[in-house]
Design a protein around this ligand. Sequence first.
Ligand code: SF4
Length: 319
Amino acid sequence: MLQQTRVDTVVPYFERFMARFPTPLALAEAPEDQVLAAWSGLGYYRRARMLHAGARAVVERSSMPHDREGLLALPGIGRYTAGAIASIAFDEAVGLVDGNVARVFARLFALDDDMRGAGMKRAEKLAEELVPEERPGDWNQALMELGATVCTPRSPSCERCPVAASCRARREGRVDELPVVREKAKPKPQRVQALVARTKDGRVLLARRRSTGLFAGLWEPPSLDGGEAAKDELLARFALVAPARLAGRVTHVLSHRRLAVDVHAGVLARRPAGAKLPDAYETAGLFAEADLVDLGVSTLARKILASARPAPRAARRSR
Ligand code: SF4
């Protein structure tokens, strides 16, 4: 959960998740929908699916691997996580590089290469060479902590740094130039059309994404990428009692895309069984508002639903 998400955001999710799935077995046996529902709102849902797959792999082999190599074989565990678990939990002398350690090494050894490429490789090599046999977990945590609290991205506190005497960037007056990090590509704008279709008794139509691709396995109001033509195509797939109205516009930024979603609202003339879902979806259903807590629903889908929520009856009468 802490990969990509801040600690203060994670804490309540972590506590709820652990209460619901207290053991690898409980997590492994849960249907994916329940796992995604417990993750709902945290984003980067691939992490939830991988954690679920990891729990299943641990249950299948009856134990948690105790070394980096074994950990790397589990779904969802990459080099950094494997190094952290192996060194901190199992005392294996293996290095790790997160963003903080990368910055410390880039300055300490004046690494000029891009830290999104060759620089990271050099940092990983240094991490392996330097990690001690004794208390490797403490060593790795100390390095991460040094980057988080002293060798910070802006205005590092060199005057109280315990390794200042050996720091090449400091000696060469290059602290502000390092690390070298290539700019990330800006998220590309993408227009999207979404339909919030309700039945006369207020249930909402949600469709579940297929198990691969963006928002895989999550429930959401059906949508299609594109502008006017996509809107016409989407609305033509559902039988509505009257033409849908534009209820709102929602923006949502993902790592690679900035989504601008036109939200259309309509009332279903009949059950969705006859509807032709866009290809991105595998199934659809009708849900009452109270059902949403048990479903994996992305933050974007919640924003879309909120933007098309029908006005309360009293407010409608007073208009
Ligand atoms: S001396 Fe300054 S730049 Fe060098 S490692 Fe310490 S805090 Fe970072």
